[in-house]
Write a protein that binds this ligand. Structure first.
Ligand SMILES: C[S@@+](CC[C@H](N)C(=O)[O-])C[C@H]1O[C@@H](n2cnc3c(N)ncnc32)[C@H](O)[C@@H]1O
Length: 271
């Protein structure tokens, strides 16, 4: 265990990260399918799968619909959980004990690394180092997804960090993804308590994430005033208005209908 790794509770519900799987299949099919050069060996790594490896196995199923040979590696700090998960291993699915210094072989570059619900309890100051460390295992253009969700996955947010093409540089903060299944209704501030660790306490005046939420709330209030009151309708209409206000929100119809908002500021998601 390195100084970056700290023990966290390990609750895992089946289906918690299914929406994120759907997002990645829809929006990142090339990342999952790519097979040229080192990509032929490139793995999906699920860091901190929890008490049981349900979410790793669900993602393996979802991603292998696009890439049947995809190697999947579940990593867990807790040695007993890693040992127990080995009962679910097969020729393409492996479970290993380890932390942010990932237990990957030299012939196992990563195409996609997911670290969901790991950093919730630690100090926010360790987040950039965790991103840098994990990002170092990615192939250029590989993706790191790090964020939080409520226990069922009804509300989820995640940083999307991309390793730059052709550079030994740390991953860039490409976008912040928000998802809701509307089971809790909808208001932008629903996401505040489930923001990634480094942003959760930053929704206060003067911070870029506060300014973003202020725009989103204003767009949502306008949408409601215009008669879009049902949660999915209010969400979609607010997203269109927010996109017009900021120029930094995607308006793809599938995203909005599926409860995803993707904030992609040109200069990257502010720290
Ligand atoms: C709350 S569970 C999350 C399970 C699953 N990822 C999810 O989102 O439902 C967190 C798990 O991450 C593990 N963990 C915490 N820090 C870790 C690290 N640095 N490397 C690997 N696993 C870690 C904990 O042991 C725990 O089992």
């Amino acid at each position: 265990m390195s100084s970056l790794d700290t023990k966290t509770r390990g609750r895992t519900s089946r289906g918690r990260l299914r929406a994120l799987d759907a997002y990645l299949c829809r929006r990142e099919p090339e990342l999952l399918r790519r097979h040229d050069g080192p990509w032929a060996r490139a793995v999906f790594v699920d860091v901190g799968f929890g008490e049981h490896p349900w979410t790793t196995l669900e993602s393996a199923d979802a991603f292998r619909a696009l890439q049947p040979e995809l190697p999947v590696i579940g990593v867990e700090l807790d040695a007993e959980r890693a040992r127990a998960a080995a009962a679910h291993a097969d020729a393409r699915t492996h479970f290993r004990q380890g932390g942010f210094e990932l237990p990957l072989g030299a012939d196992e570059p990563a195409r996609l690394i997911r670290a969901m619900n790991l950093l919730r309890q630690g100090p926010p100051e360790r987040v950039p180092e965790a991103h840098r460390t994990l990002g170092g295992y990615l192939l250029p253009s590989g993706l790191l997804v790090e964020g939080s969700s409520d226990p069922t996955g009804a509300i989820l947010t995640a940083h999307l960090l991309r390793r730059p093409e052709g550079a030994e540089a740390p991953p860039t903060r490409e976008a912040l993804l928000f998802h809701t299944d509307f089971s809790h209704g909808f208001a932008p501030l629903l996401f505040r308590d489930w923001l990634p660790r480094d942003l959760r306490r930053r929704v206060r005046p003067g911070e870029p994430i506060h300014a973003f939420f202020a725009e989103w709330v204003a767009a949502w209030q306008e949408a409601r005033t215009a008669g879009h009151t049902a949660p999915p309708d209010a969400f979609g209409e607010a997203a269109l208005r927010l996109a017009a206000r900021t120029g930094a929100v995607e308006t793809d119809a599938w995203l909005l209908a599926s409860g995803f908002l993707l904030w992609r500021p040109r200069e990257g998601v502010p720290p």
